[in-house]
Unconditional design. Structure first.
Length: 331
């Protein structure tokens, strides 16, 4: 693992957008540090990694260097929700060291889902072709990043999920209760939402840009843990090719888990709401379709096209199709 060399001449530029401050280096990226296989370096070109943080001061430096060692051509966007432990200041320091690191400062903690959506928007606006989401606490191994990107680069998938429950995947250092919540949540969502993926609650994912652009962010109503389920659901319903690759998920090295009972309850409620919205929409479309089909004996409407005779005589006239404006429709 290499440490990026400090660029003392680099000056950060600061912009304001939607109440959040984005800090980004003004100078273009230089040659990537370290030695990396050419295929992997090429794979990272055009990729952005979105890394939400809240009180991750002890983890951020190491995970940032590890990510960019694996994908030297990628850009790392740290989205910090006003961490009181100084995580945001560390992120700014890293951005000064390495021009491939950008920082998005948000004024307060607003939920994991909102942080990701904010980061997605920044990456798309900057021209990212592939967008990766991952945790900053080492639960997601940076060494897996090329495996996560490869199905998209080879045009075999639009969304790739790092799956704990695909064959070859698993979890380490979790108690029985946490395992039951995670596995049970994925199974519940898979059953209710009729999805084929095994790991719907995981947050280690790679997105094709166009797949994210097809999802209306303003329609996402999950701000926390269930955000992972909702985004996969909406992508799948829009025809995205969803692929899973096995990963080993390790409990966070430093700090405390942000899982809570409220987050679990929210997940159950939102999953049911998503299915209810889908069924209600389907019922409305069926009713509209039935209303637009003319019943037996219905007269043509004013807009009904009337085909003229094939060989009219010189003095023949095509008569209008009755008083179509008063014809009942669909009785």
């Amino acid at each position: 693992m290499t440490t990026p060399r400090r660029r003392t001449s680099a000056k950060a530029t600061t912009t304001e957008a939607d109440g959040a401050k984005a800090t980004a280096p003004a100078e273009p990226a230089t040659s990537p540090p370290g030695t990396t296989e050419p295929a992997i370096a090429e794979l990272g070109t055009g990729a952005w990694i979105i890394l939400p943080t809240y009180n991750e001061a002890d983890n951020l430096r190491g995970i940032a260097v590890a990510i960019l060692d694996v994908l030297p051509g990628a850009t790392l966007l740290i989205v910090d929700d006003g961490s009181p432990d100084g995580t945001g200041a560390i992120a700014d320091e890293l951005a000064g060291w390495n021009p491939r690191i950008r920082v998005r400062h948000r004024p307060a903690k607003q939920g994991l889902g909102r942080a990701y959506l904010d980061g997605f928007g920044v990456a798309i606006a900057a021209g990212a072709q592939t967008i990766i989401q991952m945790d900053a606490d080492w639960s997601h191994d940076p060494a897996v990043l090329p495996t996560l990107l490869r199905p998209i680069a080879e045009d075999g998938a639009d969304l790739v999920i790092g799956s704990r429950y695909a064959p070859g995947g698993g979890v380490v250092d979790w108690g029985l209760g946490r395992r039951a919540i995670s596995r049970g949540g994925s199974l519940f969502a898979k059953t209710v939402l009729r999805l084929g993926q095994s790991d719907l609650t995981g947050g280690f994912k790679a997105w094709r840009r166009t797949t994210l652009e097809a999802i209306p962010f303003e329609g996402i109503h999950a701000g926390g843990y269930v955000f992972q389920i909702e985004m996969t659901f909406r992508a799948a319903r829009r025809g995205a090719r969803v692929h899973e690759v096995p990963i080993m998920f390790r409990d966070r090295r430093i700090g405390q888990s942000k899982m809570s009972r409220r987050i679990v309850v929210e997940a159950l409620v939102v999953v049911v709401a998503l299915r209810a919205e889908e069924l209600a929409g389907r019922l409305i479309r069926r009713r509209r379709g039935s209303a637009s089909v003319p019943g037996p004996g219905a007269q043509p409407s004013a807009t009904t096209a009337v085909e003229p005779p094939s060989a009219p005589s010189a003095d023949a006239a095509v008569a209008p199709a009755g008083d179509g404006s008063s014809a009942p429709e669909g009785r």
